[in-house]
Design a protein around this ligand. Structure first.
Ligand code: GLV
Ligand code: MN
Ligand code: MN
Length: 396
């Protein structure tokens, strides 16, 4: 509630796009809170922030907790934010109790998880994990052509530390479920076993601008009509491959004037499925639909895949720590896979990683009305702390 003032919207959500002024303000706040706890705060070259509290032993790498503070343009108060602020609360608890862990404990804020302003999603945890180069991240442009590198510089969060250099031995990410299962089954904790595969594409359809009054229906090259039919076909790809999902979320129609037949449309495609083989099939079905529609309507199109994030399985030893943590605290839990992408999916490539989910009201997320109760946030935070300490004890 306190940090929602950084980008808070009248409808009760947050608009805190990556590296905006609001993102800078929440980062400054976060840095100050961590410093107050006596943590050392480091920032790497892509703006990832790491706050560390020392442990008893110098030979152990830190145990990390982390998520993201950026949001969708009409985001809620919990997506990502809970994982960082829950981690902060866990850190405060350790400090208040004077509890000395074996390993150092680290709290991470990953840059640009959402991928809404700068595609793709999970970008800077991806740089950390060696999936993308730093220069690739710097070169990402928003829809106005502003680059991530320039924005990092502008808000003062381009650190000197090489991405990937601040090491940890394991990471736990607390997050809201963003789906309806926990609520429907009256479970408080989701023990997350993995993340489904995701692929993003961009399509530009080119027709011909012409006068809406004077161009006969049969002679039009209407890019928007073609895009509409393509979007319908993409929806069908999802419907035919359940539990797969296929979505078009961003569309730009040009020139977007009521009496001009649209000459150009840009849109994005998001395909997801837990099984890579089915995802391959979905990709072929989607790709087969476009030329057919374009040729029927005499338009051209360009299509490219801009991102692949393969399905991920989390680390069994960390999943056990989460189960133990939920049991210790007495919360009903169930295993589940994540439909949403998370920084944990990339971090899992370089360190044992897992996630903890708590319910959100009606399963609604990426929405300003996103809501999770104080008790549920508390439960997730307790299980996060329990899981971190269970892992820490195993190092003794
Ligand atoms: C991130 O929120 C994603 O799953 O796209
Ligand atoms: Mn998130
Ligand atoms: Mn999100």
């Amino acid at each position: 509630m306190e940090t929602s003032r950084f980008g808070g919207t009248p409808k009760g959500g947050i608009k805190r796009l990556t590296l905006s002024d609001e993102d800078k303000r929440v980062r400054d706040w976060f840095k100050e809170q961590c410093a107050k706890l006596g943590c050392t705060v480091q920032v790497d070259e892509v703006g990832n922030m790491f706050a560390t509290r020392p442990g008893k032993r110098k030979d152990l790498m830190p145990i990390a907790m982390g998520s993201h503070l950026d949001t969708q343009p009409t985001g809620g108060k919990f997506d990502g934010v809970l994982g960082v602020l829950g981690g902060l609360e866990a850190m405060r608890t350790l400090v208040d109790m004077g509890y000395e862990t074996n390993a150092p404990i680290m709290l991470v804020n990953w840059t640009n998880e959402e991928g809404s302003r700068f595609a793709p999603a999970m970008l800077c945890s991806g740089v950390y994990a060696g999936v993308f180069t730093t220069d690739f991240a710097y070169s990402r442009e928003d829809r106005l052509g502003i680059t991530l590198g320039d924005e990092l510089q502008r808000i003062g969060y381009k650190g000197d530390i090489k991405a990937g250099e601040v090491k940890f031995q394991a990471m736990f990410e607390l997050h809201i479920e963003q789906g309806p299962i926990l609520e429907a089954e009256n479970k408080t904790i989701g023990v997350v076993t993995g993340v489904q595969g995701m692929r993003w594409y961009e399509v530009t359809v080119t027709g011909q601008e012409s006068h809406t009054g004077a161009t006969p229906m049969g002679l039009r090259k209407n890019a928007l009509l073609a895009a509409a039919r393509m979007i319908d076909a993409i929806h069908e790809v999802g419907m035919c491959n359940l539990p797969g999902v296929a979505s078009v979320g961003l569309i730009e129609n040009r020139p977007n004037s009521r009496n001009v037949v649209p000459g150009e449309v840009f849109f994005t495609v998001d395909l997801r499925h837990p099984d890579e083989a089915v995802l391959d099939k979905m990709e072929s079905q989607y790709r087969a639909a476009l030329p057919r529609i374009a040729s029927d309507l005499s338009v051209r199109f360009e299509e490219k895949r801009i991102w692949i994030s393969p399905a991920v399985k989390f680390a069994p030893e960390l999943i056990s720590c989460v189960r133990v943590g939920a049991e210790q605290a007495g919360y009903p839990a169930r295993d589940m896979a994540s439909g949403a992408g998370h920084d944990a999916a990339y971090i899992a490539r370089v360190a044992p990683t897992t996630m903890i989910f708590v319910p959100c009201l009606g399963g609604i997320s990426h929405n300003e009305s996103e809501s999770t109760t104080l008790e549920e946030c508390g439960a997730g935070t307790q299980v996060l702390l329990n899981a971190v300490l269970a892992h820490d004890r195993s190092l003794a």
